[in-house]
Design a protein around this ligand. Structure first.
Ligand code: 13P
Length: 229
């Protein structure tokens, strides 16, 4: 299983360090086949020791240059970071990243050999329109994305389940993951209100290879509880 923590715009440089210092010793007991990812805010990126992968929540597809407010490869290289989240619904929505922008970013970081967690997910009105609408919407988020890239992991995160406390149901996750798996052959995470109370039922679903967790990952004990559930 893959357990990924997306801090979003939470935690500081100091609290991220404290979090990792608390988590790292626990990870010596994790199942060997499990992988742990942590995506802190970019100000907290650093070199850390431990059996986990530190990644960037976002970066601009450039080595360096004149892109005020952005970070590029040079800033990630300083800390040996070669893992990135691309396509998160919050960036698509709030930062207006369209599919073309997302695909361009994907291509750049793929060419750099990064491990990419590529996020897709539908809004509530699409879910309510039925399975065919969900399939069409989600597959459109694969446009311009090389699904054969061997260092890519897909994260399915229904927007209506993110930060709402309302996870998708086991049936919704199972059927959506089955549909996605019939269209690609990469590990597939579920995200959206994953928490200690539902982690076991979610990771038990066929076609779920792991979870991408926001709110319930912010507290280190809560994230550890999910890893060891
Ligand atoms: P929540 O776990 O807070 O619903 O967030 C999910 C998410 O967006 C992770 O990327």
């Amino acid at each position: 299983m893959i357990f990924a923590a997306n801090f979003k715009t939470n935690h500081t440089r100091k609290s991220t360090k404290d979090y990792i210092e608390a988590l790292s010793p626990k990870l010596t007991d994790k199942r060997a086949e499990d992988r742990i990812f942590i995506f802190p805010p970019s100000t907290a990126l650093d070199r850390f020791e431990g059996d986990f992968t530190l990644g960037a929540q976002n970066a601009y597809p450039t080595h360096n240059g004149a892109f005020t407010g952005e970070i590029g490869l040079e800033q990630l290289d300083e800390f040996g970071i070669n893992t990135i989240l691309i396509g998160h619904s919050e960036r698509r929505e709030h930062m207006h990243e369209d599919q073309q922008t997302v695909a361009k970013k994907y291509r750049f970081f793929m060419e750099q050999g990064f491990e990419i967690i590529y996020c897709i997910g539908e809004p509530l009105e699409i879910r309510e329109a039925g399975d065919a609408a969900v399939t069409k919407y989600l597959l459109a988020q694969f446009e311009g994305i090389d699904l054969s890239y061997e260092k890519m992991i897909v994260a399915y995160e229904p927007i209506w389940a993110i930060g709402t406390g309302r996870s998708a149901t086991v049936e919704e996750i199972a059927s959506t993951h089955a549909m996605l798996k019939s269209n690609m052959n990469r590990p597939l995470l579920y995200g959206g209100s994953v928490k200690p109370a539902n982690i076991k039922e979610i990771t038990a679903i066929d076609g779920v290879d792991g979870v991408l967790v926001g709110s319930a990952s912010l507290d280190v004990e809560s994230f550890a509880e999910m890893i060891f559930a």
